[in-house]
Design a protein around this ligand. Structure first.
Ligand SMILES: *Cc1c(COP(=O)(O)O)cnc(C)c1O
Length: 216
């Protein structure tokens, strides 16, 4: 399965984040041995244990909600944080990244789904964040794009509309704040059940867990 998914993603120049939450290190190593190097975790504690136990060339992406008090545990190694949903969280990442002499790649997470429970910004709040003096003074974070999750539904039209909404948010922010910033290029959307719709809607990075780990 991972070979087939990888082939389609490569043809579309879409990166794969293999979501390894709840998977033991042995299963992660099986996927690693296929050549996969980007892995995503949604909990800090679990990511720390796996980072310590697994090869150091793995690029760890934090994809789940992040509490400010846990930021400093991951800043020494995390490659990308997909789930930035407030100025205060971004400020903490900047502060902790500075302490370890790194610049950390981040995505702004948007609320695009119908469900009320999911985290994320809306366009206006994100524009205020990017306009703020606090953000403009930050030197140790780099905002590389946007992330979102569609509603959990089998209505493909709804999923497509939500992904296209995220693509529109990306295009708007690119035009308003990142015109001459080539690093602002990522749209992280698409999971096991909806990754093909996401790719068609312009995803540059899919986060796939169960589908990959189901049969490796
Ligand atoms: C678990 C998770 C995924 C992957 O979900 P699957 O359905 O297993 O592919 C993607 N993104 C986030 C934020 C997740 O928590």
């Amino acid at each position: 399965m991972i070979n087939e998914i990888s082939r389609i993603l490569k043809a579309n120049q879409v990166k794969l984040v293999a979501v390894s939450k709840t998977q033991p290190p042995e299963r992660i190593m099986e996927v690693y041995n296929y050549g996969q190097r980007i892995f995503g975790e949604n909990r800090v504690q679990e990511m720390l244990l796996k980072q310590a136990a697994l090869p150091k060339d793995i690029q760890w992406h934090l994809i789940g909600h992040l509490q400010s008090k846990k930021v400093k545990q991951i800043t020494p190694f995390v490659r990308m944080i997909h789930s930035v949903d407030s100025l205060s969280l971004l400020a903490e990442i900047d502060k902790q990244a500075q302490k370890v002499g790194r610049t950390i790649d981040c995505l702004l997470q948007f609320h695009i789904a119908e469900e009320a429970s999911k985290f994320g910004l809306d366009l206006t709040t994100a524009q205020q964040l990017l306009d703020s003096a606090d953000y403009r003074a930050m030197q140790n974070v780099r905002i590389c794009g946007v992330m979102g999750m569609a509603t959990f539904t089998d209505n493909e039209n709804q999923i497509r509309t939500e992904f296209l909404h995220l693509k529109m948010i990306f295009d708007q922010l690119k035009a308003d704040f990142f015109v001459d910033k080539p690093f602002f290029k990522e749209i992280s959307m698409g999971m096991s059940g909806d990754w093909e719709i996401a790719v068609a809607a312009g995803s540059t990075m899919v986060r796939i867990g169960s589908l990959i780990f189901a049969d490796t």
